[in-house]
Design a protein around this ligand. Sequence first.
Ligand SMILES: C[S@@+](CC[C@H](N)C(=O)[O-])C[C@H]1O[C@@H](n2cnc3c(N)ncnc32)[C@H](O)[C@@H]1O
Length: 194
Amino acid sequence: MIIIYERIGWKKHVCPWYLGYVLASPLRRLYQNPEKILNPYLKQGMKVLEVGPGMGFFSLPMARIVGESGRIFCIDLQEKMLQSLRRRTMKANLLGRIEMRLCSESSLRIDDLAGSMDFALAFAVVHEVSDQKLLLMEIFRSLKKDGLLLLSEPKGHVTKEEFEKTVVFAQSNGMEKAGSPSIRGSHSVVLRKI
Ligand SMILES: C[S@@+](CC[C@H](N)C(=O)[O-])C[C@H]1O[C@@H](n2cnc3c(N)ncnc32)[C@H](O)[C@@H]1O
């Protein structure tokens, strides 16, 4: 599989765009229900940062929960993921609530969002990033004081020890642990900006 990724020009750690269709499949809801996962943290009018949304498995449900006065900022490295997310957003008539941005490997390009997000979601993305600390620092900066980050990583790709190191890094950089939700197949933590 790694060889195939490299032949067609993807870095081995980044999820190939065509798997975005699998990740956004409605069948996944039976395993990981987005509303059940996110309802405890979201309410109408909230501003949300989503890093690595793929084709929007979580983005569309979040846009419905935050309502017309809320906004979801979806930042992804791959244009193809964002193109499909845009199509799905249009079909769901949610275009006014979701802003999509293409980022680079070295920057999420969200300096303008600093200190303004109520909530951030990084689901199954941090392990794909080469400079994880840089990415996490950008996410932390985007949050308001008391803003929450739900960080979730797949158990198949990330060990418990590696995940704990990420949590310790967050705790040394202005975040505190605010919960450990149980999400199938994942290591998950909720962090609050202090
Ligand atoms: C495994 S997919 C998860 C998609 C979605 N969060 C979900 O759970 O369905 C990882 C996503 O992160 C994106 N990604 C990888 N590296 C990234 C980076 N440095 N910055 C932003 N997005 C990135 C990939 O393009 C892909 O869309």
